[in-house]
Design a protein around this ligand. Structure first.
Ligand SMILES: [Ca+2]
Length: 216
């Protein structure tokens, strides 16, 4: 047993040298054109598919927002009933811009663009906010790092995460008018579920094994 324990610890030590990253499994890539759901609120007055998704793809989605109208804009980035139970987090590719068709008659967006990525059931939301740039970047969050809102802090959730296969669960994007003025556009693509990499899983398993062996 002692030899096995030593071997396990040696393996753990070796695996510690391997960078522990997560793998992203695409859930929605918006390539079919059929993957479009719902948006409302003044900073998301329009939406649809567009050419020019993130790297390696053709189609993405966009929402155009007039921030001078006030309030907030929300886009459902998934249908209701999305099953996230096999993932530990989410990633999404996003950017914002003021494309030529928004310049001229309209006032271009001026401010620091932030979009909130959230999972939501009704009014209960678990979210995080990302400041965006003018080109596609991938933004990731672990579910445990999401911040619950008022409705997620009362019954039945009390600040905990919901069941990640709840039939009412959906992925949403929210942009608020408090981030700036004028008119701009949010683009997004490639919503993925985060899963621990095999090396990370092996590391966890071997770590537990080594602990059990040490206790014997
Ligand atoms: Ca795409």
């Amino acid at each position: 047993m002692k030899r096995i324990s030593c071997m396990a610890i040696a393996l753990v030590a070796a695996l510690l040298l391997v960078p522990a990253t997560n793998a992203a499994v695409p859930i929605y890539d918006f390539e079919s054109g059929a993957q479009g759901w719902f948006s409302f609120g003044t900073p998301t007055t329009d939406s649809g598919n567009e050419l020019g998704g993130s790297a390696g793809t053709l189609l993405g989605r966009y929402h155009t927002g007039d921030f001078d109208l006030g309030g907030w804009g929300m886009g459902d980035a998934s249908p209701t009933g999305v099953d996230l139970s096999s993932y530990t987090g989410l990633s999404i590719d996003m950017y914002y811009d003021v494309p030529p068709d928004l310049q001229g008659a309209q006032v271009p967006f001026n401010g620091t663009w932030e979009t909130e990525l959230m999972i939501a059931i009704g009014y209960a939301e678990w979210s995080t906010s990302f400041p965006l740039t003018n080109s596609y970047d991938t933004y990731s969050v672990d579910f445990v790092d999401l911040t619950p809102n008022y409705y997620a802090n009362i019954a039945p959730y009390f600040g905990g995460l919901p069941n990640l296969n709840d039939p009412g669960l959906k992925i949403q994007l929210i942009t608020r008018s408090s981030i700036g003025t004028g008119t701009g556009r949010l683009h997004y693509d490639q919503i993925s579920g985060i899963v621990p990499e095999p090396a990370s899983l092996a590391l966890l398993g071997l770590g537990a094994f080594a602990l059990i062996q040490r206790r014997r």
